[in-house]
Structures are given as structure tokens and as C-alpha cells.
Design a protein around this ligand. Structure first.
Ligand code: IPE
Ligand code: IPE
Ligand code: MG
Length: 241
């Protein structure tokens, strides 16, 4: 039997700075290489049997980096989507953004919104890009939206359920994360998909993000295939007893 594949894989793309440092290059050089690694990987993932991919591109905490690095990243986001949009459309990739795009500079924001709009009917691969995203921020936002509806009498506060929360997250309609992959040898979520990762499997690799390829992705899938997920129950062994 073929190993079970995850439906939704989330990638924490880390290590761009270290990749550049090893080459005595500025951090922005690592970010540029990192964006090319993402571009190559997405094309390889089209038709690979994992329908939802989410990547962490910029966190709500990344604004605390030096202004020059933030500016370089924002410039790259705008450039990336303007130059990549046709390739995404040709490959049938639907792009959605998770996070508050309002805080982005106009060029980056409009490139993101245009990409989202122009790819919204496509369905070969669902690619979610987390930009100015933080899991705590997302949960606080959901609470705010629900409270506003409750104040208007549209939601009964006494019956707020997990489903109500899920419907007010950026990932509304997107299945839970099955597998989180983090590159560059770190073992933490850094605020990524805190709600959606409740039962996700975690896979860490030392590969720095600009070097990450479909082969590395497939290694993570193989590891996932050998995990036993129990979701709080007893799993396969328990059921046999
Ligand atoms: C990940 O690479 C990209 C972003 C967070 C934007 P880093 O920039 O965090 O690279 P390291 O961790 O410093 O090597
Ligand atoms: C997480 O990486 C955010 C992204 C990959 C966009 P960081 O490099 O910002 O995380 P920490 O600071 O090492 O936890
Ligand atoms: Mg990092």
C-alpha cells in the first residue's frame, strides 16, 4: 500500500540569512535565493498529490528586523508576484494570502491582491502564503470579528464553537495542517498556524531554505508516512485490543 500523503503541508522557510552569511553575502541575497527556491518547489509540487501548501514568508514579528532588510523583503514580495503571476496561472496554482496585507507597502500589497484575484478559479494546487502573519494575531482577529457579530446579535455568545473560530481564521475553508516542515535546523513554530497545527506532525531538516528542493520535501513526506497519528485516541494498536 502506498504511504498516506498529507492533505496540507505547511513550510517554515528558514535559514536565508545563514545561507547568505556562509557565502559572505548580505542577508537580502539569501532572501532572493530563497524566493527562487520557492518558485522551483511550487512548480514541482503541481500535480504531486498534496493539494494544500502553506508557506511562512513574513511574520508579524519580522517587522522588528533592520529597516533595510524589511524594505528589501517587501520589495521582493512585490517583484516576486508581479513576475511570477503568469507562471502560476499557467500551472493552475490558486494563491491565497494569510495575514494582514493592509500593513504592506502599496506595491507589495497590490501585487499580492492581484495574484489572489487572478488565480481564484484555479485548482491544481492551493498555495497559501503567510505574509505579515502571526498565529496569535490571527486568533485575536477571529475573536474580534466574532465579538463584533455577537454585539450585532448575529452570533449567540453562549454557543460559540470551534467551527465559529475556524470560520473567522484566515484559513476559512482550508483543511487543518497535517505536516509542518521547518528548515535550517530549528525546532519551533515561531507563531505559525497555532490553531491549525493542533495535531500536525513536525519535521525539521538542517537544509537551509535556499537549498531546499522537492527531494527534501519528499524525505519529509516519507517520514510523515511512517508516523502514527492518534488524535488523542489509542491508534491502530489500541483498537485491536
Ligand atoms: C527566513 O530566513 C526568511 C524570513 C524570516 C523572512 P531568515 O531571514 O530567518 O534566515 P536566518 O534564520 O537568519 O538564517
Ligand atoms: C519564522 O522565522 C518566520 C518565517 C520563516 C517567515 P524566523 O527566523 O523569523 O523565526 P525565529 O525568530 O528564529 O523564531
Ligand atoms: Mg530565521
Amino acid at each position: 500500500m502506498a504511504p498516506i500523503k498529507p492533505t496540507h503541508v505547511a513550510l517554515i522557510m528558514d535559514g536565508n540569512g545563514r545561507w547568505a552569511k556562509k557565502r559572505l553575502m548580505p542577508r537580502s541575497f539569501g532572501h532572493r535565493e530563497g524566493s527562487m527556491a520557492l518558485r522551483r518547489l511550487v512548480i514541482d509540487l503541481v500535480g504531486a498529490g498534496v493539494p494544500y501548501i502553506t508557506v511562512y514568508a513574513f511574520s508579524t514579528e519580522n517587522w522588528s528586523r533592520p529597516q533595510a532588510e524589511v524594505d528589501a523583503l517587501m520589495g521582493m514580495i512585490g517583484e516576486f508576484f508581479s513576475s511570477y503571476i503568469d507562471e502560476l496561472i499557467e500551472n493552475g496554482v490558486r494563491v491565497r494570502f494569510l495575514g494582514d496585507l493592509e500593513k504592506l507597502p502599496e506595491g507589495a500589497k497590490s501585487a499580492c491582491l492581484l495574484t489572489q484575484e487572478k488565480t481564484k478559479e484555479l485548482e491544481r494546487l492551493n498555495l497559501n502564503i503567510a505574509i505579515n502573519y502571526g498565529g496569535r494575531d490571527e486568533i485575536a482577529r477571529a475573536a474580534r470579528l466574532i465579538a463584533q457579530k455577537a454585539a450585532k446579535g448575529e452570533i449567540d455568545p453562549g454557543s460559540i464553537s470551534q467551527k465559529d473560530i475556524e470560520e473567522h481564521l484566515y484559513t476559512k475553508g482550508i483543511p487543518d495542517v497535517d505536516l509542518v516542515i521547518r528548515t535550517a535546523g530549528e525546532f519551533r513554530l515561531s507563531g505559525f498556524m497555532l490553531y491549525q497545527c493542533a495535531y500536525a506532525e513536525f519535521y525539521a531538516t538542517d537544509v537551509l531554505w535556499p537549498d531546499f528542493t522537492i527531494e527534501d520535501f519528499n524525505k519529509a513526506l516519507a517520514a510523515f508516512g511512517s508516523r502514527e497519528r492518534r488524535f488523542g485516541g489509542l491508534g491502530a494498536d489500541g483498537k485491536q485490543q
